[in-house]
Design a protein around this ligand. Structure first.
Ligand SMILES: [Zn+2]
Ligand SMILES: [Zn+2]
Length: 265
């Protein structure tokens, strides 16, 4: 079975188990499981031309099937509207009056900038990019120069990390891309959002009963990143399930005045 199919199937099982353990998250988990199904169906139909391309992707390298993109955006938008009761514009309405918006969306990835002002619509557009960028990442992963990269953004697509993790054996810090799910190495003592490396500005906290997860915070930019310590986990869990399983840490971090680096609402 291909790696990406495996990822979707495993994530579906993981969040299904999470739903049984944490009924209070049922509504959100149902939403993400439908989003995953929609992303998977697009992933099945998208095969990028990566001949001669290597990581990091340049904006001109990215050739999205915008017809498929529109289909997925409208599907994900309808799911979001159904869950929240909020009106979500169709993709054709989002791009109305700015035919250049798709190009700006791709170019903005590298600068961590989006041309879409509404944060909910921007988040849905990111969810829509996922299966396309994942497909590129799968083809380009062997061309990543992980030892040399050491940047806070994804070595394939330029996206920001959704979560961090500490390597099972070495304890080395790794970041995981919110868009293409690539994992890469990063310095232990540096904020991935503002680059601050002053020890007194960086700290982490955790729940006493759950030392596997920590919230790394930066007192310079006031952003945070949830991190999984794989050294204390028997079995590795995928990024999506880890993010959903630790939503209470987002609440705790926000209560302390920190802002999520990136990711789910
Ligand atoms: Zn990426
Ligand atoms: Zn910072």
């Amino acid at each position: 079975m291909s790696e990406w199919r495996n990822f979707y199937d495993r994530t579906g099982e993981e969040i299904g188990r999470l739903k049984a353990d944490r009924p209070e998250l049922a509504d959100l988990i149902d939403f993400y499981s439908k989003v995953l199904d929609a992303q998977k169906s697009v992933r099945e139909r998208f095969d990028p031309d990566t001949e001669g391309k290597s990581a990091p992707l340049q904006p001109d390298d990215v050739d999205i099937d915008w017809k498929l993109f529109e289909e997925l955006f409208d599907r994900v938008g309808a799911l979001s509207a159904e869950r929240t009761g909020r009106d979500i514009p169709s993709w054709s309405a989002v791009t109305a009056g700015d035919a250049d918006l798709p190009r700006k969306l791709i170019e903005g990835l590298r600068e961590g900038d989006t041309p879409i002002k509404d944060p909910v619509v921007a988040h849905l557009a990111c969810q829509t990019l996922v299966p396309f960028l994942e497909a590129y990442a799968e083809d380009l992963k062997d061309s990543i120069e992980d030892d040399k990269w050491q940047k806070s953004t994804c070595p394939v697509c330029g996206g920001e990390p959704l979560m961090g993790r500490l390597h099972k054996e070495t304890g080395k810090r790794e970041l995981q891309c919110q868009l293409c799910r690539t994992v890469w190495s990063f310095k232990r003592m540096e904020c991935p959002f503002c680059g601050c490396d002053e020890q007194k500005m960086l700290r982490y906290f955790y729940d006493e009963d759950e030392t596997t997860y920590r919230v790394e915070v930066c007192d310079d930019c006031k952003r945070y990143l949830k991190t999984v310590d794989l050294r204390t986990k028997n079995e590795e869990t995928g990024l999506i399930a880890e993010d959903l399983a630790t939503l209470h840490l987002d609440v705790a971090a926000e209560r302390e005045g920190y802002r999520k680096g990136t990711g789910s609402e």
